[in-house]
Design a protein around this ligand. Structure first.
Ligand code: GAR
Length: 193
């Protein structure tokens, strides 16, 4: 079985989209793959409740309980590795990962970022796109490499920036597309594994 482990920090709507698509498209029969676990660095992450309702294994590895980034990443990796993952999927996981962590999962670590990378890596992407006068914004699914919000691009989606957009209205428009391209990118990878 190809196990998928999803890491979240908050609402987990991308995680939920992946779980729903996996079920609707029958990834278990089609690819021999399943979402095995959802892990959060925050106990209060809303997505954990959804994951539990779906009967998925969940865990919390709180970054605050660790003295260094490396110590947190080691604890996180230990939790992830219990599931022997074929893919580790960052879905709104708001922690910068150490080089050692990225190297450990090289080639099987994915991220979604709410901009058209390589434009606007980092935080506040929607506000920055509006302030730059962008006519278009979007989201990117990419393989994770050592450099933050960089790495080979697997999928992108484009949305218009409308004249009266706020960061919130633009974020909501982008998010609807994230929910389509993240499951698609994962299915594309699974089909080749
Ligand atoms: C998504 O928009 C995702 O692209 C973004 O956080 C949101 C999480 O929403 N990720 C990043 O900004 C990572 N740098 P979700 O918890 O509802 O999936």
């Amino acid at each position: 079985m190809k196990n998928i482990v999803i890491l979240i920090s908050g609402t987990g709507s991308n995680m939920a989209a992946i779980v729903r698509t996996a079920r609707q498209e029958g990834w278990q029969d089609k690819f021999g793959a399943r979402v095995a676990a959802v892990i959060s660095n925050k106990a209060e992450a809303g997505g954990l409740a959804f994951a539990r309702e779906q009967g998925l294994a969940t865990a919390v590895v709180d970054h605050k309980g660790h003295a260094s980034r490396e110590a947190f990443d080691a604890a996180l990796a230990a939790e992830i590795d219990r599931h022997q993952p074929a893919l580790v999927v960052l879905a709104g996981f708001m922690r910068i990962l150490s080089h050692g962590f990225v190297a450990r999962y090289a080639g099987r670590l994915l991220n979604i970022h709410p901009s058209l990378l390589p434009a606007f890596p980092g935080l506040h992407t929607h506000q920055r796109a509006i302030e730059a006068g962008c006519r278009f914004a979007g989201a990117t699914v990419h393989q994770v490499t050592a450099e933050l919000d960089h790495g080979p691009i697997l999928e992108q989606a484009v949305v218009p920036v409308l004249p009266d957009d706020t960061a919130e209205t633009l974020a909501a428009r982008v998010l609807t597309q994230e929910h389509l391209i993240y499951p698609r990118a994962i299915a594309g990878l699974l089909s080749k594994m």
